[in-house]
Design a protein around this ligand. Structure first.
Ligand SMILES: O=C(O)CCC(=O)C(=O)O
Ligand SMILES: [Fe+2]
Length: 209
């Protein structure tokens, strides 16, 4: 174990549990994987239908996972791309880090998001699609430019807050986070490309309407 390595991570919220881990992959691996994902993946910019009009999403993304990990999002059915070796490497590192922290999780899919610069973004949402089950644990890996992920309480019982996500970090959103909070990656005048990978367990075998 590296000196200064904190197996429990940095607790940002206790209940529901929100925890940040730094140095997930270490260098030069993290930067190599960032470049590899940027260059090797077939990044897409799907359109979403909103009030009867088609809008291209303000980022690129890719859905990856086991063949049965289908996912419905904004009324569209996403079929996963097969696992890319670079993404499998990252998933293995996430599993190791979670095990070190005494958390057990299994992921059969990942949503990859690529933000070319600070203008690209993701709006307010919770990852609470029915196929994720009642209390999903979602592991969000950040590579590249550091940006804040903003959280707000659905019942407005406390102030919204930012979580800055450094290169090579892992944010674990535990049980209850999707239930009680929303999150968004808001536009900011920040240079630099960023890729996030949000690992999830989609109920395998559950029917997709
Ligand atoms: O890019 C991020 O860190 C946020 C991604 C996210 O919220 C998601 O994939 O659901
Ligand atoms: Fe999300």
């Amino acid at each position: 174990m590296r000196p200064g390595y904190d197996p429990q991570g940095e607790p940002l919220l206790d209940s529901p549990a929100l925890t940040l881990f730094n140095g997930l992959l270490g260098e030069p691996t993290a930067t190599r994987l960032l470049t590899q994902l940027d260059q090797a993946l077939a990044w897409q910019r799907p359109t979403l239908r909103l009030y009867g009009r088609e809008h291209p999403i303000p980022r690129r993304q890719l859905w990856m996972g086991d063949p049965d990990a289908r996912y419905r999002y904004s009324g569209r059915d996403f079929l996963p791309e097969p696992w890319h070796p670079a993404v499998s490497t990252i998933r293995a590192a996430v599993n190791r880090r979670l095990a070190d922290a005494g958390l057990s999780a299994r992921f059969n899919s990942v949503l990859l998001n690529r933000y070319a610069d600070g203008e690209e973004r993701m709006g307010w949402h919770s990852d609470d699609e029915p196929e994720l089950g009642p209390d999903p644990l979602i592991a969000a890996v950040s590579l590249g430019a550091e940006r804040p992920l903003r959280f707000r309480w659905k019942d407005r019982s406390a102030e919204a807050f930012n979580v800055w996500l450094p290169h090579d970090s892992l944010l674990v959103m535990g049980a209850g986070v999707q239930d009680r909070l929303q999150h968004a990656l808001q536009p900011r005048r920040l240079p630099g490309m960023r890729i996030s990978l949000t690992f999830r367990l989609v109920n395998p075998g559950s029917p997709v309407a």
